[in-house]
Design a binder for this molecule. Structure first.
Ligand SMILES: *[C@@H]1O[C@H](CO)[C@@H](O)[C@H](O)[C@H]1NC(C)=O
Ligand SMILES: *[C@@H]1O[C@H](CO)[C@@H](O)[C@H](O)[C@H]1NC(C)=O
Ligand SMILES: *[C@@H]1O[C@H](CO)[C@@H](O)[C@H](O)[C@H]1NC(C)=O
Ligand SMILES: *[C@@H]1O[C@H](CO)[C@@H](O)[C@H](O)[C@H]1NC(C)=O
Ligand SMILES: *[C@@H]1O[C@H](CO)[C@@H](O)[C@H](O)[C@H]1NC(C)=O
Ligand SMILES: *[C@@H]1O[C@H](CO)[C@@H](O)[C@H](O)[C@H]1NC(C)=O
Ligand SMILES: *[C@@H]1O[C@H](CO)[C@@H](O)[C@H](O)[C@H]1NC(C)=O
Length: 450
């Protein structure tokens, strides 16, 4: 199928390169994906003089880097796995952000890092394990790093409010410390499911069930007739009873793929049914004219920088679910094909002529660009070829077996939540930040101190 012509302007001459994108054809999708991936590196700080390795340019946050690297691991594996310079960029970038305790709580991020941020990095590091990416060092395997992320998140499980759950934020000084949300808990569930499948250790299944059941009990999922709605979260006040009802595509994605990993490992049909149900409702809700759209903010261009990237994780999660649940492809292939075609069509802007836009229903570039647009376009394209590649590895299918179920829980790290070693300098910064936040919020009269 002829999809789109990329226009590439070089110097003063405009050359028209026709790229045929046939969805499902690996070479064709990878050829188009290369333009998009190259565009993503334009935002990478690690290639700039004096830039920080593993970080992307502002306004992108640390978590966006984790999001980007997860997609890059897949791009490298599927499309460019002989390219050693690409491999080194990915391995070095991901390892540089591990932090001194090798658990993805780097001290530079201690002012802002939330459980969801750490969890999205967990998805990238786990992807590296499952795709057998070159190990970062002799002392640290990707799988042990993934376990460290899981362990430190799980150690923050907080039964003192709402009978369980992770708070959104890790650190007390961040606004959102009084909020428990579906994405943070969903990521703990998701990582537990992947670790269960990868290691075969059923203790991770128990954790996944614990988190799932709590999210269900607290009402983060709601059944409205045939529709399963997955909400954003709730403040801990009044036992998490006032639910914030916004829906986000990546939350659906993380849950539906977590269920798919669990089904693939346990063969328990219940997880398959949950996964397929979420796929059905997500494909129906997060679309406009059958093309993927961040429904809660897309109309009127109200999506912020974070939200403009959510479709990348949503696409990735749908793609892997189609591999882990044989037969589920039929629930999403039309949606992903149409979305990938439309996304490719949007990648026709900017001075390079291949910059991707935000609104894929626009039949072309809509002028809104950034790392989020590049990542989302890249991953929706890659999701259409997942079925051509081996499923994510496990230790039984040749994945690296240097596991460490205690990783991240060493004496250096405060496991009982919400505390971290911070230097005097950072502490001073945190104090100032807390004061500013308190001033702003008490001015608004809406701050509660715990
Ligand atoms: C290898 O990867 C780098 C970094 O993404 C890219 O600039 C380069 O074009 C790639 N080389 C080939 C032959 O694809
Ligand atoms: C932390 O920030 C400093 C100052 O910007 C930078 O030099 C260093 O590379 C950063 N480290 C990491 C791991 O991001
Ligand atoms: C608080 O919410 C949890 C989770 O929904 C529930 O199990 C518990 O019974 C509730 N506690 C009270 C006191 O209502
Ligand atoms: C798990 O995924 C693999 C790869 O697609 C597939 O061969 C296998 O049948 C799946 N397991 C189950 C229980 O469906
Ligand atoms: C992985 O290592 C553990 C010991 O750490 C061992 O018991 C298990 O058999 C190994 N699995 C594989 C597939 O090599
Ligand atoms: C994983 O990578 C290692 C090192 O490159 C290699 O020896 C091994 O064969 C690979 N395993 C699989 C299953 O691809
Ligand atoms: C399985 O995982 C649990 C929790 O992380 C750990 O305590 C236990 O030692 C692990 N079992 C094995 C055989 O690695």
């Amino acid at each position: 199928m002829r999809l789109h012509q990329f226009l590439v302007s070089l110097f003063m001459i405009t050359i028209t390169i026709a790229v045929d994108i046939t969805i499902g054809d690996v070479d064709s999708v990878c050829e188009a994906a290369k333009y998009v991936a190259d565009g993503e590196w334009n935002y990478y700080e690690g290639l700039k003089y004096g830039g920080v390795v593993g970080m992307f340019a502002s306004p992108n946050y640390w978590w966006n880097a984790g999001e980007a690297f997860g997609g890059m691991v897949i791009y490298y594996t599927f499309c460019d796995n002989k390219n050693e310079s690409l491999r080194d960029l990915i391995v070095d970038g991901m390892y540089a952000q591990a932090g001194s305790d090798y658990n993805y709580i780097p001290s530079n991020q201690s002012l802002t890092e939330g459980n969801d941020d750490q969890g999205v990095w967990g998805m990238a590091i786990m992807e590296a394990a499952e795709r057998n990416l070159t190990q970062p060092s002799d002392d640290h395997s990707w799988i042990a790093l993934s376990q460290a992320i899981f362990n430190t998140m799980n150690a923050r499980w907080d039964t003192s409010h709402c009978s369980g759950g992770l708070r959104w934020q890790i650190f007390t000084w961040n606004s959102g410390y009084d909020y428990k949300n579906t994405i943070s808990n969903g990521l703990l569930f998701h990582l537990a499911a992947r670790l269960a499948r990868y290691t075969g250790n059923d203790s991770y299944v128990d954790t996944a069930e614990k988190v799932w059941n709590w999210m269900s009990d607290v009402g983060f999922f709601n059944r409205d007739g045939d529709d399963l709605i997955i909400y954003d979260g709730a403040k801990i006040a009044n036992n998490c009873s006032a639910i914030t009802k916004t829906r986000w595509s990546y939350t659906y994605g993380i849950l539906l793929s977590g269920c798919a990993y669990l089904y693939n490992h346990t063969q328990d049909e219940t997880w398959k049914e949950y996964s397929e149900e979420i796929i059905r409702v997500a494909v129906d809700y997060f679309q406009s004219d059958g093309i993927m759209s961040e429904a809660s903010c897309a109309s009127g261009s109200h999506c912020n920088n974070d939200q403009r990237s959510f479709r990348s994780l949503f696409s990735r999660c749908l793609g892997v679910a189609s591999v882990l649940i044989p037969g589920s492809d039929s629930l999403m292939s039309d949606f992903l094909t149409k979305s990938a075609e439309a996304a490719a069509q949007s990648c026709s802007g900017g001075t390079d002529g291949v910059t991707c836009g935000e609104d894929w229903t626009a039949s072309g570039y809509d002028g809104v660009y950034g790392l989020g647009e590049q990542m989302s376009a890249l991953e929706v394209m890659l999701s259409t070829i997942q079925g051509n590649f081996a499923a994510p590895l496990t230790v039984d299918t040749g994945g690296n077996n240097d596991t460490d179920s205690e990783a991240g829980l060493g004496s250096e790290v405060q496991t009982n939540s919400n505390e971290v070693k911070i230097s005097g300098k950072d502490k001073a910064g945190a104090g100032v930040l807390t004061a500013v936040v308190l001033a702003i919020l008490s001015g608004g009269g809406a701050w509660m101190i715990f």
